[in-house]
Design a protein. Structure first.
Lengths: 306, 296
């Protein structure tokens, strides 16, 4: 093992070795980059959580201080709660609608292709642009609802706790339902036609076909799309930062925002790193959970594609 | 048993999305889906329509008019105000950052994906594992150490500070999508290249590269959008107005001209316009590639 590692790499099995050796180096540049700005920061964030640092001066070891401070801070459970609220609500809103629209788009009539083109537009806008626009659109005095004199729409959307959370969920759905619909559209088109023909012969109606064929066949896609949604929801930093900056009060202060504000506004990098570690753990935990629910997950669906 | 059927059907549908036309044309109307589809179109288009028409209104017009009526006398003053606020500089910064990040990211990912598919040893399996793990981690959580590294490299407040982490963040997904596509290349083609005595390097460029071009374009567009629209990295890793990228500029512009809603919305339109134009040109590629790449 001591000297073996690099040499074995070149000498395993004769016919295979030349080829494998010739390509192995090709993976190195990407690996180096990802280690430098992905893996090292990931380990670094754990290391920094045991230090005291204001972001400019020296970094001093501080043992468990940051953990003690952060775990006793009532802001943390609040941020976790808001994060999960946003995550669950946006999943509940997005998934059924995305499946429904995806199935609708999967037929090949021309106008549906046009719809797909238009649906895609919100994905082209940056979260910053969307937040800037919605901030103006939701204005209770001069926004769209107020201008049309629709009482329901002229509420102070970004000024009240529950409404602000709802506004975030709505905007997230506005932004991402099109993306997930397109994923479902692609998946529905890959369901073999013969399955539906067989069902028709058996006299199954459309609704029955949807529940017994379409939905089970979309199982892996639902897991993949949900994983993207759930892990993605942990990174709704830009949108919320520009839209509400976590407000009103701390009503929309999700974990990522909590990390930013603690680290780069209050200059407490130690506690901010603790939040970052928690963010990573939540992300990994959710990804693993969804993998288990999917009964195999990434590696399986890859094989399926190969 | 259901999965077997899918696995047989998938590769063909993935590589040639157009062939799927021969697939089922479903009989009978899908009322619920249709209703959802049309309602969603309204929900998507009304805000966009509102943004565009409002950006051509004067401020007085904006307060007085029905918000959904187009302006009676359209003005381009708002756009002039935006352009005069150094948006050309921010635009150039965004172009440099996006190109500077995406070209290396896609090339490196392509090399790595090729190695992972072609090679077969513990090292490459491990590399693939590292990238797959990267997919499950919210990379924003690593921003504090990234900030520290950028300071140590004395790159703080430069465009390179945004570019380097952007390359790294783009790699995991790119490698995943590209390995899936390279795996779809028939083994016999690789074998015949080998029999002809071609080196792996030649196989890479002459066989794998042309055959995975659609996937390369998809990955470039997808990551390009993410970098072009990126907000957190520029926010944390730069400081001076001369280094601002467009999303950051939008945010500061709103801080400055918040009351002038039409001007703010003009900045939204202007920063999105280049992407919309690219979308109009390459949309077919993007939509088919994206669904193929992600529905795996």
């Amino acid at each position: 093992m001591t000297t073996g590692a690099p040499t074995t790499l070149l000498t395993v099995g004769h016919s295979r070795a030349g080829r494998t050796g010739a390509v192995t180096w090709m993976a190195l540049p990407a690996l180096v980059f990802f280690i430098a700005f992905g893996v090292i920061p990931l380990l670094g964030v754990l290391a920094l959580s045991f230090t005291r640092w204001d972001g400019i001066g020296e970094i001093n070891p501080a043992g468990l201080d940051s953990w003690r401070v952060e775990l006793n801070d009532p802001g943390l459970p609040h941020a976790l709660k808001v994060t999960f609220e946003v995550m669950i609500l946006s999943w509940v809103v997005q998934t059924p609608l995305s499946i429904l629209i995806g199935v609708f788009l999967a037929s090949h009539e021309r106008y549906r292709a046009v719809l797909a083109v238009l649906y895609f537009i919100p994905l082209l806008l940056s979260s910053a642009a969307i937040a800037v626009a919605y901030k103006a659109l939701l204005d209770p005095n001069f926004g769209l609802g107020a201008g049309l004199h629709i009482g329901f729409l002229s509420q102070d959307w970004l000024g009240k706790d529950k409404l602000a959370l709802g506004a975030v969920v709505f905007i997230v759905s506005w932004q991402f339902i099109p993306f997930h619909s397109l994923i479902y559209q692609g998946a529905v088109r890959q369901i073999p036609r013969s399955m539906y023909e067989a069902a028709e012969i058996d006299g199954a109606g459309r609704v029955r076909q949807f529940w017994s064929i379409t939905l089970p066949q979309l199982k892996y896609t639902i897991v993949a799309s949900s994983t993207l949604m759930v892990v993605g929801s942990l990174t709704f930093f830009d949108l919320i930062f520009v839209l509400t900056a976590g407000g009103p009060g701390d009503a929309t202060r999700v974990l990522a925002l909590d990390m930013y504000k603690t680290g780069f506004q209050a200059n407490l990098m130690g506690p901010a790193s603790v939040i970052a570690v928690i963010l990573v753990l939540v992300g990994l935990g959710l990804a693993l959970l969804l993998r288990r629910i999917g009964g195999g997950g990434a590696s399986d669906s890859q094989l399926e594609g190969a | 048993m259901t999965t077997t059927a899918t696995s047989v059907d998938k590769p063909a549908a993935v590589r040639r999305p157009k062939n799927s036309r021969r697939q089922r044309r479903r009989g009978g109307p899908n009322w619920l889906g249709g209703l959802a589809g049309w309602i969603w179109l309204v929900i998507v288009m009304v805000p966009i329509y509102w943004i565009v028409i409002t950006s051509f209104k004067t401020q007085a017009n904006y307060y007085a008019m029905n918000p959904l009526k187009p302006p009676t006398s359209p003005t381009i003053d708002n756009y002039q105000l935006v352009i005069q606020s150094d948006f050309a500089q921010y635009f150039i910064n965004s172009v440099l950052v996006t190109a500077g990040a995406i070209i290396p990211a896609v090339l490196l990912s392509f090399l790595a994906a090729f190695a992972i598919v072609r090679g077969n040893n513990w090292f490459l399996t491990g590399v693939n594992g590292v990238f797959l793990m990267g997919l499950a981690i919210p990379l924003q959580a690593t921003i504090i150490p990234v900030y520290l590294i950028i300071i140590k490299l004395q790159l703080y407040d430069s465009l390179l500070a945004i570019i380097l982490p952007s390359i790294a963040f783009a790699i995991p997904l790119s490698v995943l999508v590209l390995t899936n596509f390279i795996r779809d290349v028939p083994k016999e083609l690789f074998e015949s290249m080998r029999v002809d005595g071609a080196s792996e390097w030649a196989t890479l460029w002459n066989l794998a590269f042309p055959l995975t071009r659609p996937a390369l374009v998809t990955v470039s567009i997808y990551n390009g959008l993410a970098v072009w629209n990126g907000f957190l990295l520029p926010l944390i890793l730069t400081q001076s107005p001369g280094r601002r990228t467009l999303p950051l500029a939008l945010w500061t512009f709103q801080g400055q001209y918040g009351v002038n809603v039409p001007a703010v919305l003009a900045s939204v339109v202007l920063t999105t316009l280049p992407i919309l134009i690219l979308y109009a040109v390459g949309r077919r590629q993007l939509l088919s590639g994206l669904t193929a790449g992600f529905s795996k």
